[in-house]
Design a protein around this ligand. Structure first.
Ligand SMILES: [Ca+2]
Length: 305
């Protein structure tokens, strides 16, 4: 099984993406980074999810804020503690003492050229790890990034949440020389939604996993529908599915991608479609993905156990 670190600002969709990762990869650790909701709640959500489904996987605490520090959490999207109506969880599992950045560097040294990062979160932990050891990009085989919007920002007019939370980190990671695949927001919006029909199907499965899915994503569903979507949107889950099977990405392009850090466009993804900058192509960008495969894989995931 491929070895991965799951880097996460654990809220509703992160938890489902983690379930998927546990089925398909050897998850060596979950590293927590500032993002979706209050840090302590993200930690609890990760510990709880693992306690329920894979109690031996360690959790490492990472950056509690972005590098430049200006961001806001989005409890309105994910629920008061980040897992929809699962607000009263109290996991017994404890996080490790080792810092997430040190865990990333240690595991990269233990498995050089083999370790992959599932980065479904702001990129602060990975940027800090790179700053601590600039040879890291050579040791990591691949980084799968959920982040960036082409034009339809979900947090500001141009900013997708993960890039917007820590644009400096995203810029650093993109320019560090990692082997990166990016799954941008619009692709996930078009592909990875759970409409009423699919929601009903999942809810009638009555498995531990499907019950967890429904409760964890209740707020996300309401929020997404209020913004005009057909149902809850699952960017992190789609990203991990694509990491597992690249053929789920039906159209990709090698492009130069950078991130704007200033003004109203802070956090905007800048894609050099025509090679205008002369800069090296630094990312494989997913442009389209297979919706029926997403639906099939999600149902398979949740109908088990
Ligand atoms: Ca996330």
């Amino acid at each position: 099984m491929r070895k991965v670190i799951f880097d996460s600002d654990t809220a509703s969709d992160d938890a489902i993406a983690l379930l998927y990762a546990l089925d398909h990869f050897e998850v060596l650790g979950v590293t927590i980074v500032a993002g979706n909701v209050k840090y302590e709640n993200q930690v609890k959500n990760a510990l709880y999810t693992l306690e329920q489904f894979a109690p031996d996987v360690p959790v490492y605490l990472g950056a509690r804020r972005p590098i430049m520090g200006r961001w806001r959490t989005v409890e309105e999207v994910h629920g008061p503690t980040g897992l929809g109506s699962l607000t009263d969880i109290s996991p017994k599992k404890k996080p490790e003492k080792e810092h997430a950045v040190d865990a990333i560097l240690r595991l990269a040294n233990e498995y050089p050229g083999e370790l992959e990062i599932l980065a479904v979160s702001p990129l602060t932990n990975l940027a800090l790890a790179y700053l601590k050891d600039e040879t890291l990009p050579k040791k990591i085989s691949r980084v799968w990034v959920m982040g960036g919007a082409f034009t339809r920002g979900n947090t500001t007019p141009l900013g997708e949440f993960n890039f917007w939370v820590d644009p400096e980190a995203a810029k650093m990671v993109l320019n560090a020389g990692f082997n990166i695949t990016i799954v941008p927001w619009e692709v996930t919006e078009e592909t990875a939604y759970v409409d009423d029909d699919l929601w009903e199907k999942i809810s009638s499965m009555r498995t531990r996993r499907s019950d967890f899915f429904i409760r964890a994503n209740e707020t996300l569903r309401k929020y997404s529908k209020a913004t005009g979507a057909l149902g809850s949107i699952h960017p992190d889950t789609l990203t991990v599915m694509i990491a597992n099977d690249i053929s789920i990405a039906t159209k990709t392009a090698e492009l130069n991608v950078d991130v704007e850090t200033c003004g109203d466009a802070r956090g905007a993804m800048m894609v050099d479609w025509y090679g205008l900058t002369g800069r090296k192509r630094n990312a494989n960008v997913v442009l389209k993905a297979n919706r029926s495969k997403f639906v099939e894989e999600l149902q398979k995931l949740l109908s088990r156990g």
